[in-house]
Design a protein around this ligand. Structure first.
Ligand code: ARG
Length: 425
């Protein structure tokens, strides 16, 4: 079809969210490009009414409107690698928006090819990270496609957009009344704008949609056990489930206990500091549990080395480089580290906190007979003396050399093994 509809009209595929920007974009793109616009919405677990969004897209003039349910793929191929990497941008944000964009692009590119579109349009503004993630991912997967970003180009204020919508009979989504800009996926809910733009203002309760405040959450703690198989969460309280269902269930359970509220002054890729509020109940619980299980089964050097990889990984994902060769190579490293990350982690959920209170694994490196202080102790205490002698030897030599020089010594001789009488054995 080569970028043209049956009637020979050029076709643009629009990544449609159902919000004001992309609703106006359907009309604007058609008018400016005299083309067909196909609206495609990718379902990654956002709570919007996507059927209604589809109907609105058609009403505004889209020649086709599609919703693609990608929740399972999102969980298995995007949440899972991020979880295995314990990926937290700036140590706090589990990247729910950032990992959804490359999946959306995968699906949009597939649809563009299927429907014969030679252009993908998105509704990102010019000051966010998502424009970068969309466009870099399109460049990686389908460099031949053209990209349009009407919201970035049209220079309309929000009020002007509403006026444009009214003028052209575009139904205005109900979310227009909300003072907040919200982005949801199974992995997190991000809230910006309104009073949150003052970093000193405490977020009012009405910004939260997934988590209960302290007064509404249960007064009794609840324990939950998460089962892992090679780094993948496979069960809750012994009941096996698909990952997407585990994430949904934990969003509910932990959200009810007020877990996963995050308030972050975030460094955007485009150079701006922004104040972001997130809700990520399941991500908070699963990352904590996963980190804890890793600390049980991994050797110290692997565990410590992996931490540095995790930091790089989170930065790459945040910065729109999901499909980059470095990120893909790090995935291979991380995958290898997960071979023995199987077992169960027990957490206590209570009033906004999830605390790991127990862990168990067939690959546990914890040895009771080595760590105990009781009679069963099998650790060879006498081996410690020689170990400490060798471990501390470089420091001892350097200290002796410094002392000799300070004392005006001239020979190269010093007595390493001459121990001061006060050293306790
Ligand atoms: N700052 C986050 C990120 O770049 C979330 C952005 C969410 N977008 C929104 N419209 N609220 O990943």
């Amino acid at each position: 079809m080569n970028g043209s509809s049956a009637e020979g009209q050029k076709k643009i595929l629009l990544a449609y969210s159902g919000g004001l920007d992309t609703s106006v974009a359907i009309h604007w793109l058609k008018e400016k490009n005299s083309c067909d616009v196909v609206a495609v919405t990718i379902d990654v677990g956002q709570s919007d009414d996507l059927k209604d969004a589809m109907r609105r897209a058609k009403a505004i003039g889209a020649s086709g409107a599609w919703v693609i349910d990608a929740k399972k793929e999102f969980a298995d191929n995007f949440i899972l690698p991020a979880l295995k990497a314990n990926a937290l941008y700036e140590g706090k944000y589990p990247l729910g928006t950032a990992i959804a964009r490359p999946l959306m692009v995968m699906k949009l590119v597939e649809m563009a090819k299927r429907l014969g579109c030679d252009t993908i349009a998105h509704g990102c503004t010019g000051k966010g990270n998502d424009q970068v993630r969309f466009e870099v991912s399109i460049a990686a997967l389908a460099p031949e496609l053209a990209i349009l970003a009407p919201t970035r180009d049209w220079k309309m204020s929000r009020d002007e957009e509403i006026a444009y919508a009214n003028e052209h009979g575009i139904p205005i989504p109900v979310t227009v009344d909300s003072p907040y800009s919200i982005d949801e996926s199974l992995w997190s809910r991000a809230i910006e704008c309104g009073v949150l733009e003052d970093p000193m203002v405490e977020p009012p309760e009405d910004v939260y949609g997934w988590t209960m405040g302290p007064s509404g959450s249960p007064d009794a703690p609840e324990n939950v056990e998460v089962g892992f198989d090679e780094g993948k969460p496979v069960s809750i309280n012994g009941a096996e489930m698909e990952l997407a269902d585990i994430v949904s269930k934990l969003n509910e359970m932990a959200g009810n206990h007020g877990i996963g509220r995050i308030d972050l002054i975030e460094n955007r890729l485009v150079g701006i500091k922004s104040r972001e509020i997130y809700e990520a109940p399941a991500a908070t619980v699963l990352i904590k549990a996963h980190q804890d299980l890793e600390s049980l089964v991994m050797t110290k050097d692997l565990l410590h080395y992996k931490k540095s990889v995790e930091q790089t990984y989170a930065d790459l994902v945040y910065n729109g480089l999901w499909f980059s060769p470095l990120k893909i190579a790090l995935d291979a490293f991380i995958e290898k580290t997960q071979e023995l990350v199987s077992g169960t982690v027990k957490l206590k959920l209570f009033k906004g906190s999830a605390v790991v209170v127990g862990r168990d694994s067939p690959y546990s490196l914890y040895s009771a007979s080595l760590s105990t202080y009781t009679k069963g102790d099998e650790f060879d205490h006498s081996a410690a003396k020689g170990f400490i002698y060798v471990w501390g030897l470089p420091l001892k030599v350097s200290s002796l050399v410094r002392a000799r020089n300070a004392g005006g010594g001239t020979t190269n001789e010093f007595a390493v093994d001459q121990e001061p009488a006060t050293v306790s054995k």
